[in-house]
Design a protein around this ligand. Structure first.
Ligand code: ADP
Ligand code: MG
Length: 675
């Protein structure tokens, strides 16, 4: 076991990591098609006689060496670039029979294989495995080498005690973990490595169970650190409600009640507030914050961008003041004296509510008595940042908000450790956003319409695309678009992008908010959270380059008031199949959950939120689009374990600890060790 999961001092690799490297294909030597019957694509094995060699003309290294091989039904060409003549003539002697495997391709109706994986005579062929996994490769490692090394690793696999419930394993018809790994890498039948085979499902389940068990352990630990009851009669809440220009929706009212009841409990709150874009989460958070303040403590709201915290500050401060509370803003931009004063207000407790960016969890920031931390757009922050903010006080209650619609399956893997409050629907009076999809060629016409709309008083966003991940190129394209629009609408167009100085960006945002300019050209800096209810037109250039979640977020910037809104998705041909599908979905639905489910299918879970930003666990064995129902099962299983054996002390518990090690759930293991 130690050898299996122990890290190699030099490179940190573990044997088990090799075994968790999942093959994505298979060379099947049991089936040998005739050349006439070769498939359109895929890895094939052919038995053929070697024919003509066609070397390239001398001194022309760009033309490959070709060799024809044939059987009774046709001819196949083998292609070698930069071939060594001696080597290739020895490998493929004219007139002799060879077994050849490799990836077949077709050119002008003729099959060919470039650089076959194997070219062997009959006697050697018999020694090759009949089924050979094909792995995703990193540069410098051949599949052949990987097959060999992984095979050796499977031979060293110890027998591990079963960590699953034996009845469950039997009922599902699953092999043991070691048997499953062996069959994954040394398959007995082609089905073994297919996604929904018992082998793959068993391994996926193990991985999901380790994830759910780890989350359950973290959750138990968080709860054990007791919270503090935050109760308030609601005097300040009433004042805020009185100062709001609208009344809460039923869903908002219910959400507030749920959150306040949770805060009043002595356990620490860990709650996710999930609501589609524009559903009105901010005011719910504000009411929770005010409740903390009324009980004599402080509350903080953290958001991921400068634009967003300024917007929150602008909405919240007047309301807080109406309730007699002091609200301060802290961002990375505050320097010198100003910053000292803000820190002073936070440290002395003079500030009841604190709004800020990442700057909030820097060491210098000390609260007098932080009781509630609200994290907006949670997926932009990693788990450790969330914990850093929480450590700013004793027993801090945590409320995280997300506008990114997360499908149930994903929410479980991310937030298995949290309670969830959902905002359903949108405030009354909202009209659907009319979405159209158009080719860039119609730009002239679109500009005409935009100009007419602006003359009638409309406000519009114009989003410029990301260009090859270089923000310099993004900005260049945004600047160019800005200049072109200025020609059409002199004096009515502003530009914001990520590289602008904070003050300059604020000024443009304010101009747009207050209607001094009508069109805001922007890169995706306005993607998340921006709220200008008067804006009713969203134009997204090169919409085919954006992911679904991003398009949904961007479109969510309009349709926030009671006027009808429109969203225009501009694309350039040629469109990929996936891009076409995305645009179709956007046109058909505004339902964030439907969009998120579709996104999950089209892109795979890892990319859904941008794995890097989200702190999303990356699964090696499980594919959430395929194994979603296993996840729900794993969650129930983990819950049962926590109920019966929370210390993982029984024999099954011991085995489960191993599972946590195998899948590197370090945090959970540490918590277990700490007792
Ligand atoms: P999100 O959930 O996307 O963060 P916001 O909190 O920014 O949404 O709210 C979107 C807009 O809806 C804001 O302009 C807000 O003032 C408004 N709003 C929130 N609740 C209501 C309500 N109950 N009735 C009318 N408008 C509301
Ligand atoms: Mg928001």
């Amino acid at each position: 076991m130690a050898r299996l999961t122990g890290r190699d001092e030099r490179d940190g690799a573990r044997i088990i990591d090799l075994l968790l490297h999942v093959p994505h294909g298979l060379i099947d030597r049991t089936r040998m098609p005739l050349i006439r019957d070769l498939p359109r694509e895929g890895i094939v094995t052919v038995r053929a006689t070697v024919g003509r060699h066609m070397p390239p003309p001398p001194h022309n290294r760009r033309i490959p060496w070709r060799v024809e091989v044939f059987d009774d039904t046709g001819t196949l060409t083998l292609v070698f670039f930069h071939a060594w003549p001696d080597h290739i003539r020895k490998l493929l002697p004219e007139g002799e029979e060879r077994f050849i495997s490799g990836r077949v391709e077709w050119f002008g109706g003729r099959p060919q294989i470039a650089h076959p994986d194997h070219v062997v005579p009959a006697e050697d062929f018999a020694a090759l495995p009949k089924l050979e996994p094909v792995y995703p490769l990193t540069a410098g490692v051949s599949n052949r080498l990987l097959v060999k090394v992984v095979r050796q690793a499977t031979e060293r696999l110890p027998v591990l005690p079963e960590w699953l419930d034996p009845d469950h394993v039997k009922q599902q018809g699953w092999p043991s973990f070691t048997e499953a790994l062996r069959r994954l890498h040394v398959p007995q039948a082609a089905e073994d490595i297919e996604q929904d085979s018992p082998v793959r499902r068993r391994l996926a389940y193990d991985e999901l169970l380790s994830n759910q068990l780890a989350l359950a352990l973290v959750r138990r630990h968080m709860r054990a650190v007791s919270g503090r009851p935050l109760a308030a009669v609601g005097r300040l809440r009433e004042r805020i409600l009185g100062a709001l220009p609208f009344s809460l929706t039923d869903s908002q009212r219910q959400a507030v009640e749920e959150i306040i009841a949770d805060m009043a409990r002595p356990e620490r709150m860990l709650r996710l507030l999930q609501g589609d874009v524009g559903s009105g989460k901010t005011v719910v958070a504000l009411l929770a914050m005010v409740t903390a303040a009324e009980s004599g403590a402080q509350a903080a709201l953290m958001a991921p961008s400068d634009i967003l915290v300024r917007q929150h500050y602008a909405t919240i401060r007047p309301l807080a003041e109406a309730a007699g509370l002091k609200c301060v803003l802290l961002t990375g931009r505050d320097k010198g004296r100003g910053r000292e004063e803000i820190l002073q207000a936070i440290g002395s407790g003079e500030a009841d509510l604190v709004i800020g960016t990442h700057a909030l969890f820097q060491e210098k920031v000390a609260f007098r008595d932080l009781a509630l931390a609200v994290v907006d757009e949670q997926h932009r922050f990693g788990v450790h940042q969330r914990l850093a903010l929480q450590s700013k006080g004793r027993h801090v209650d945590l409320l995280v908000m997300t506008a990114t619609p997360i499908p149930r399956t994903l929410a479980l893997t991310l937030y298995g450790d949290m309670d969830v409050t959902r905002l359903v629907g949108k405030p009354a009076g909202r009209q659907p956003v009319k979405t159209s999809v158009m080719p860039m060629e119609r730009l002239g016409e679109i500009l005409e319409h935009l100009r007419a709309a602006v003359e009638r008083g409309a406000r519009a966003y114009w989003i410029c695309p990301l260009v090859e991940e270089s923000d310099r190129a993004d900005i260049a394209s945004a600047e160019e678009r800005h200049a072109a629009l200025m020609q059409a609408l002199p004096g009515r167009v502003g530009l914001v992008h990520g590289r602008m100085k904070g003050e300059a960006r604020d000024a443009v945002m304010t101009d747009f908010r207050e209607g001094r300019i009508s069109v805001l050209v922007a890169t995706t800096v306005v993607e998340v959270g921006v709220d200008v209810p008067e804006a009713t037109i969203m134009i997204i250039e090169d919409a085919h380059r954006f992911g679904l979640a991003q398009l949904h977020q961007l479109r969510g910037r309009v349709g926030r008031g009671d006027r009808p809104s429109a969203c225009l998705l501009l694309y350039r041909d040629p469109l990929t199949q996936v891009a076409r599908e995305r645009l179709r979905i956007m046109r058909e639905t505004e339902d964030g959950f439907v969009i998120a489910e579709a996104d999950l299918k089209l892109r795979g879970a890892g990319e859904l939120l941008g794995a890097r930003q989200s702190g999303l666990p990356r699964f090696r064995m499980a594919d959430l689009a395929l194994h979603g129902e296993l996840l729900a099962m794993a969650r129930d299983d983990a819950e049962l374990v926590m109920l019966r054996d929370p210390e993982l002390a029984t024999p099954r518990g011991e085995a489960l600890r191993r599972l946590l090690h195998l899948f590197e759930r370090q945090e959970a293991i540490r918590l277990l060790a700490a007792g």
